[in-house]
Write a protein that binds this ligand. Structure first.
Ligand code: GUN
Ligand code: ZN
Length: 447
């Protein structure tokens, strides 16, 4: 655990946290009363679950005298961020330049992923990766491992140790990649099924069937992956689609009968609740309609899309069909682990596409939007009583500039917008998972 006091055992008995508290109950793009804001608020938790949230003045009267009230006044408590598309094995190659997606995969990604056949290496990277997520306030992520089952065991073991709600899976790919990363249609499914049996719903861990993307899976692998998804309907499914123009053309040449790239996945029965499609830049309205109709979701990856020059996600057309949207870093093509930095870039991407993305919407997308996209509403993503107590404490005075700028804000929207545009890992003062402190920022040096 990074920068965390060694005494952070799971607290016994109820605990209360006093701060400004924000959480969402609906999507502010479509609902007037989408959030609750308690300027002087209290969050009460017990045994890793939320018991109550509300105004301090109202709730304090009902608090038993024995309850410890942790004082975070001046800070903001939010549900932990949810990153719906990220590659833990790519941690060590973040910020590796390439002209576009396909050369980037060849030059950096595949050689880096090769190392995860070594369980010791996988554990070391998984440990660092999870530290980094927690430092950035991300408590749930949908994670790609590599083709090696050992990489999945390493990731889930690290996540389980810290009692985090994580979703992850073994990459399946049986063609158009180096020999050292290839499985076969049969082996991919056999290994994935064994991992489902070992990890899915063990504690807080959830499994995602993970065909990397249609170009690196044969028809036979796609067929078997679709069958596996039907055999285990409560598992997740994650893949990439319509990220880059050359990739779209390649998918079309490999699957000439499909109406579109997304249609390839549809054909193999992969559009369904708990299916998460990364990127979705080069879609058309028929694709978006299918995503909405099948309750599939989109992981919007703005820092990655700008970095690789992939394109601009079209918020306007996605919202017109009310496709479930979430925000994601896509590290290592993404350039930051921070969901605040991700909001910053999402805002600019939307703006270039003629859409104004309010801060309230961005914070929704990074919390309840992610949970809904993963069918985890009621489990994580907000503070409705009974949800798992994953929460973060944001510090509006984390840097001299933030302190100066947030002091000038006149509304909640303005305050959140400032945090989204100027915030990063330094803004996260503390992170809690299932009620336990899992990251505490070291105090910055006073000058
Ligand atoms: N498409 C297939 N694999 C990948 C990957 O690892 N990262 C990104 N950004 N796109 C992909
Ligand atoms: Zn990705």
């Amino acid at each position: 655990m990074a920068n965390t006091p060694s005494s952070s055992k799971p607290p016994s008995g109820p605990q209360a946290y006093r701060a400004s508290v924000l959480h969402f109950v609906n999507d502010p793009a479509f609902h007037q009363q989408a959030y609750a804001w308690h300027e002087d608020g209290l969050l009460i938790i017990e045994q890793g679950k939320v018991v109550a949230v509300g105004d301090y003045v109202h709730l304090k009267a009902h608090l038993p005298q024995t309850v410890t009230v942790h004082d975070y006044r001046g800070k903001i408590i939010l549900p932990g961020f949810i990153d719906t598309h990220v590659h833990y094995p790519q941690t060590d190659m973040i910020a590796s330049p390439a002209p576009s997606l396909l050369p980037w995969l060849e030059s950096y990604t595949f050689p880096t992923e090769r190392k995860f056949g070594d369980p010791e290496h996988a554990v070391e990277v998984a440990h660092f990766f999870i530290d980094e997520l927690l430092r950035c306030g991300t408590t749930t992520a949908m994670v790609y491992c590599t083709v090696h089952p050992e990489s999945v065991d390493a990731f889930f073991s690290e996540s389980e140790k810290r009692n985090l709600r994580m979703v992850a899976g073994k990459v399946m790919m049986d063609r158009y990649c180096p020999d050292f990363l290839q499985d076969t249609a049969e082996r991919g499914v056999r290994e994935s099924e064994a991992l489902i049996k070992r990890w899915h719903k063990r504690g807080r861990q959830l499994y995602a069937i993970t065909p990397r993307f249609a170009p690196t899976s044969s028809d036979a692998q796609m067929q078997l992956a679709g069958e596996l998804a039907r055999a285990y309907p409560d598992t997740y499914l994650q893949t990439h689609v319509a990220e880059n123009i050359d990739e779209v053309a390649w998918a079309k040449s490999l699957y000439p009968k499909a109406r579109s790239y997304l249609d390839v996945y549809d054909h193999f029965g992969m559009l369904r609740p708990r299916a998460m499609f990364g990127h979705c830049i080069w879609l058309d309205d028929a694709d978006r309609a299918r995503l909405a109709e099948t309750q599939s979701a989109i992981a919007v990856c703005p820092t990655s899309n700008l970095f690789l020059g992939s394109g601009l996600f079209d918020f306007k057309h996605a919202d017109a069909q009310q496709v479930a949207l979430s925000l994601a870093t896509d590290v290592g093509a993404g350039t930051s682990f921070s969901m605040l930095s991700t909001m910053n870039e999402a805002y600019k991407v939307a703006s270039l596409g003629g859409t104004f993305l309010p801060a309230l919407r961005m914070f929704y997308l990074a919390t309840l939007g992610g949970a809904r996209s993963m069918q985890l509403e009621g489990t994580v993503g907000n503070f409705i009583a009974g949800t798992e107590a994953d929460f973060i404490v944001l510090d509006p005075t984390a840097t001299p500039l933030l302190a100066r700028r947030t002091a000038m804000t006149n509304s909640l929207e303005e305050l959140l917008f400032t945090l989204a545009l100027l915030g990063d890992d330094r803004t996260v003062a503390a992170t809690y998972a299932a009620g336990r402190l899992v990251h505490q920022r070291q105090d910055r040096l006073q000058t």
